[in-house]
Design a protein around this ligand. Sequence first.
Ligand SMILES: Nc1ncnc2c1ncn2[C@@H]1O[C@H](COP(=O)(O)OP(=O)(O)OP(=O)(O)O)[C@@H](O)[C@H]1O
Length: 208
Amino acid sequence: MIKLEKVNISIKNEPILKDVNLNLENGRCYGFVGRNGSGKSVLFKAISGLLKIESGMISIDGVEINPKNPLKDVGVIIESPMFIASLSGFDNLKCLAGITKKISDEEINSCLEKVGLEEANKKKFKNYSLGMKQRLRIAQAIMEDPTIYILDEPFNGLDEKGVQDVHEIILDLKARKKMILLTSHDDRDIEKLNDYIFKIENRSVVNV
Ligand SMILES: Nc1ncnc2c1ncn2[C@@H]1O[C@H](COP(=O)(O)OP(=O)(O)OP(=O)(O)O)[C@@H](O)[C@H]1O
């Protein structure tokens, strides 16, 4: 379980989130909504351990998460990962998979297939369209089959088929009892996929 207790976050002395308390359990999908700039990405970065909080505590199963001890076993889409422009989609994923050496080439290919990039996986990343880049980010987040998924706007730039593919991927993750944190500006994604919805408003996170 991921727990946030009285979490306060400021960036450059500007308070962004105040007194956030959350209990996030395995096997659930949590949707976060809120206006542009309300703090969704900042919250996701803090939960991932990519950002230092001002006060309070973020923990997983009792162990503190912070930039010195970031969340592990997690697939993250927050900022653009550093894909290499001159490499194909497959080679980019192979490079990243090489860090942990957990998965085979076949598993990478099956992931590319899941996100609908089987045809394009030999094209260089620099020649990918916006939607293809987003599909590759999703493949990268799911490829090692982590337990937790932190997906900030995973539907950005996707066409209708792409949105449908990612819905199916998320429903499959839910069926396999993964924890998913999700943001989307489209209420249809949020309503279809999430068990719980939180709104970020006036620096607070409230139940919807
Ligand atoms: N690196 C940064 N430096 C300064 N301010 C920042 C930085 N990152 C985020 N912020 C500020 O934190 C606030 C929350 O930003 P955040 O990106 O979390 O919003 P969001 O809810 O994800 O918005 P959107 O829906 O547009 O993606 C904004 O006021 C933003 O300007």
